[in-house]
Design a protein. Structure first.
Length: 61
């Protein structure tokens, strides 16, 4: 199981039409995951979901 701290993650927000694509990248492994959310959702919440998804994916490796 891989442990990742939030300081080792890059988070990117891109507006795509009526949605926001949020990518989270682990700087050590280069693994990237993405989520799509509503632009009405706070960036904090979108970031939290993307980081949790990245941690989940890394724990499966």
């Amino acid at each position: 199981m891989t442990s990742v701290s939030d300081g080792d993650i890059i988070v990117e927000f891109v507006q795509v039409g009526n949605s926001v694509k949020v990518s989270a990248i682990d700087t050590r492994s280069g693994r990237e995951v993405s989520i799509v959310g509503s632009p009405r959702t706070s960036q904090t919440e979108l970031k939290r979901v993307a980081i949790n998804k990245l941690k989940y994916v890394l724990s499966k490796e």
